[in-house]
Ligand binder design. Structure first.
Ligand code: UDX
Ligand code: UDX
Length: 476
């Protein structure tokens, strides 16, 4: 029976996962550690507004289990050594330089963790790969560990990828479609797997716990994310065609999704998928395929990311051509996070679309119910830097950006309004009153890239409106 767990990485995956295990397994003591001390301090704050990750239901769980059987600490070595099972939930971004640059996963964090675990451990450990990793990473970890470990200490590595989606993390953890655990098919490997199965059995029905070999488990995470993203790119690619033909993409999604063999999930048109996983994981898959000489397979999956970039560019072009001239246009950006109900902005389509707008002379007012103001500026800065703009140019472009505290401030006095995240708040906008209060003569053009607004109502109020993939839009 496992009694002590340490989780390295107090981020979007590590903390919600450990909070739920702590709640469901009161006899297990869990410590979440992180190299970022301020993150740990934030999780230890008495004010839940300070928590670095916003997830529905997470605060309530933390308030119940924190300092009972869930702890947050910066003393990484101590907790590694004291635990029997160590979860790795550190981030694995796309490599920015060196071999595989722009595609392969940067495993520096994972490698460092493995080395640290090997050096400080004075008793046997089970290491659980929670982070999304390239297939055959366990082999690499074994080599690092064997090089640095004490002679009489042994390690078992198992894979247990996380399938939670942000915004619904707690619900996903409570009611997982499946829990996947992969291990070496040796007696020791299978025993390590069973010790983790026992933990999950506290709340997950056994038939939902899938046991595989370690390589299938590692690869299943990449494959799942690639297939989910592929559905989005499929529907987004077809949105370009429905616009041309007068068909409606929302009707297409319903008609296609009603076929049980296809299913109705992940067929919502969008300005492109964002988030920390999809792009990174597909590029990683592309890299792995190339490494094995599978060029056609690599190109097949690469196209999913290319269509995502195309959708973002396409949306920018539509806005650009419909407004004729972007210079000096005031544009309201509704939504910065990569999806609703999260403050996470990583890879959000709002970033490239907004950057292209300011580069072309528009002034932006940005509103998001949860995203942090500083983060929004940081996102724009990083993106503009990647376009090789210098500090002076970036500062000048950022002076065209204002971040609003309220939706009504953001909506006032605009030439165009772009809905980029599907926040519920945006569905409630009273377009009739807005029209009456509008000071300028010309009503703003509305671009609804999530298809959440009532287009017929908007048209009846004489707005010019475009929904992605909707042949009924009166902006063409
Ligand atoms: C997760 C997964 O772990 C990643 O593989 C997956 O593909 C995306 O989701 P996430 O929890 O979203 O990452 O990342 P993040 O919120 O950045 O949290 C990672 C944490 O690990 C950070 O708080 C970081 O400070 C910490 N970290 C990183 C360490 O404690 N040690 C390190 O060596 C590196
Ligand atoms: C994803 C996977 O869903 C999850 O299983 C995995 O563990 C991590 O990666 P996440 O990135 O948190 O989760 O969010 P998800 O709900 O998958 O959305 C990703 C992006 O796709 C968002 O930008 C979202 O707006 C977009 N999306 C989603 C669409 O554009 N259309 C859809 O129909 C669904």
């Amino acid at each position: 029976m496992i009694k002590k767990i340490c989780c390295i990485g107090a981020g979007y995956v590590g903390t919600p996962t450990m909070a739920v295990i702590a709640l469901k397994c009161p006899n297990i003591e869990i410590t979440v550690v992180d190299s970022n001390k301020s993150r740990i301090e934030a999780w230890n704050s008495s004010n839940s507004n300070d928590f670095p990750v916003k997830e529905t239901g997470l605060d309530d769980i933390i308030n119940v289990v924190r300092n009972k059987n869930l702890f947050f600490s910066s003393d990484i070595e101590k907790h590694i050594d004291e635990s029997e099972m160590i979860f790795l939930a550190v981030n694995t971004p796309t490599k920015k330089e060196g071999k595989g640059k722009g595609f392969a996963a940067d495993l520096t964090n994972i490698d460092q963790c493995a080395k640290q675990i090997a050096i400080v451990s004075s008793s046997d450990k089970i290491i659980v790969e929670k982070s999304t990793l390239p297939v055959r990473t366990a082999e690499r970890l074994k080599q690092i560990i064997n090089k640095h470990k004490q002679d009489d200490v042994s390690f078992e590595i198992i894979s247990n990828p996380e399938f939670l989606a942000e915004g619904t993390a707690i619900r996903d953890l409570y009611k997982s479609d499946r829990v996947l655990i992969g291990s070496d098919q040796t007696n020791k490997g299978l025993a390590a797997m069973e010790s983790l199965v026992k933990i999950y059995k506290n709340w997950i029905p056994e038939e939902r716990i899938i046991k595989t070999n370690i390589w299938s488990s590692e690869l299943s995470k990449l494959a799942s994310n690639a297939m989910l993203a592929q559905r989005i790119s499929s529907i987004n690619s077809l949105s370009a065609l429905t616009e041309k033909t007068g068909a409606k993409i929302n009707e297409l999604s319903i008609a296609v999704g009603k076929d049980n063999r296809i299913g109705d999930k992940f067929l919502n048109v969008s300005p492109g998928f964002g988030g920390s996983c999809f792009k990174k994981d597909i590029l990683n898959l592309v890299y792995i395929c190339r490494q094995y000489g599978l060029e056609e397979v690599a190109e097949y999956w690469h196209q999913v990311v290319k269509i995502n970039d195309y959708q973002r560019k396409r949306i920018f072009n539509i806005i650009n051509s419909s407004l004729k001239e972007l210079k000096n246009k005031r544009i309201s950006i509704l939504g910065w996070s990569f999806k609703k109900d999260t403050n996470d902005t990583r890879e959000s389509s709002s970033i490239p679309i907004s950057s292209d707008l300011i580069i072309n002379g528009a002034s932006l007012k940005i509103y998001d119910p949860l995203a942090d103001k500083k983060q929004i500026i940081q996102d724009l800065t990083t993106y503009l830097e990647s376009k090789n703009l210098d500090l002076k140019e970036i500062t000048c472009l950022l002076s065209q950006v204002k971040i609003n505290n309220t939706l009504s401030e953001c909506l006032s006095n605009s030439n165009a309004i772009i809905v980029l995240t599907e926040w519920d708040e945006f569905r409630q906008i009273d377009w009739q009153s807005y029209k009456l209060n509008f000071v300028d003569n010309v009503l703003p053009h509305i671009f609804d890239t999530r298809n959440i607004l009532d287009i017929e109502l908007l048209k009846s109020l004489e707005y010019k409106v475009l929904q992605i993939g909707n042949g009924d839009s009166n902006i063409k």
